[in-house]
Design a protein around this ligand. Structure first.
Ligand SMILES: *[C@@H]1O[C@H](CO)[C@@H](O)[C@H](O)[C@H]1NC(C)=O
Ligand SMILES: *[C@@H]1O[C@H](CO)[C@@H](O)[C@H](O)[C@H]1NC(C)=O
Ligand SMILES: *[C@@H]1O[C@H](CO)[C@@H](O)[C@H](O)[C@H]1NC(C)=O
Ligand SMILES: CC(=O)N[C@H]1CO[C@H](CO)[C@@H](O)[C@@H]1O
Length: 269
């Protein structure tokens, strides 16, 4: 269901500049030196694994914020191997999520089974179809999806410990599935002529029992105000990233705002 761009309502969501600015906030470049942050990957490449630019943006912003990063991925096989040039599955090819993710981690990666929330101050999940194909079955099952057992354990443990969780793009479905009543954003709720091709994900978020909050990647290129949703109670920070067809630098900066808010929550502890 998810791989096919659904033909949904093209109606434009009324969203005035004043309303937009009302929900936005200006993000300084907060740092939290020494914060120990785990990053959970799901392969390498947008259509069958982690979205590479999102992972890279997260790592750059964590580095700038002074965090100590450790990367993890599950030691399982990918649901698909996609030829990214053709956009089609490669028949009879199988790849391992942990070994593929090791490409992004420059080799330094650990089996997700060993991620222990006690050893970290926060956790971040980049997007990409891997989150919907390997970390969960969302790509196939939508609102009836199952979540990988280690992913579920990790999300619950960080949540229980009051440690922040950052997610972007499609990854917020993982929190929506595992943390009852959580508030997340996956961007807008209608396609708006192709600007939000995966807008139907917002309905699935609601069907999962979570609250969906409409957010942009960025409000105004003049003010450079990047939107995130911060669920203060649950300490869950989400940014739409590549759910929106927009410019790479805006996705990069929107993810920066997400990382900054995760680090701020860690600093407040
Ligand atoms: C791998 O990452 C961990 C966690 O950041 C770090 O402590 C370790 O030194 C790294 N190992 C190598 C070989 O870079
Ligand atoms: C991944 O699992 C395979 C098969 O169970 C095992 O041989 C391999 O050592 C595991 N890799 C890591 C890094 O744990
Ligand atoms: C997680 O780490 C803590 C502190 O190091 C330790 O007490 C606990 O046993 C670990 N949990 C697991 C499941 O390994
Ligand atoms: C090959 C395959 O489909 N691997 C797994 C990807 O992740 C989902 C969710 O955990 C599993 O159901 C798949 O088996």
């Amino acid at each position: 269901m998810f791989a096919a761009r659904s033909v949904a309502s093209k109606s434009y969501l009324p969203f005035t500049r004043a309303q937009a600015l009302g929900v936005g906030s200006l993000h300084g470049s907060a740092s939290c030196p020494g914060a120990k942050v785990a990053v959970v990957l799901s392969g390498c490449g947008v259509y069958d694994g982690t979205e590479i630019h999102e992972a890279s943006a997260i790592l750059v912003h964590l580095s700038r914020g002074g965090a100590e990063v450790q990367m993890y991925a599950p030691n399982i096989s990918q649901m698909h191997v996609i030829d990214h040039g053709k956009g089609q599955p490669v028949e009879k090819e199988s790849r391992n999520v942990l070994s593929e993710s090791a490409r992004i981690a420059r080799g330094n990666i650990t089996d997700l089974a060993q991620l222990n929330a006690s050893n970290h101050d926060g956790v971040i999940f980049p997007g990409g179809f891997g989150a919907a194909k390997n970390l969960s079955t969302f790509a196939v099952d939508g609102k009836d999806c199952k979540v990988n057992a280690d992913v579920e354990r990790v999300l619950k443990d960080f949540h229980k410990a009051g440690k922040p969780i950052g997610l972007c793009c499609i990854s917020p479905v993982l929190a929506a599935r595992v943390l009852p009543g959580v508030e997340v954003t996956v961007g807008h709720e209608t396609e708006e002529g192709g600007r939000w091709p995966y807008a139907s994900t917002a309905q699935a978020i609601t069907a999962l029992g979570a609250t969906h909050c409409v957010k942009d990647v960025t409000i105004s290129s003049l003010r450079l105000s990047h939107e995130v949703h911060v669920d203060q109670k649950n300490k869950v920070v989400t940014s739409p990233a590549f759910m929106c067809e927009t410019k790479l630098h805006l996705v990069f900066d929107g993810i920066g705002a997400m990382v900054t808010d995760v680090l701020k929550l860690i600093g407040k502890k």
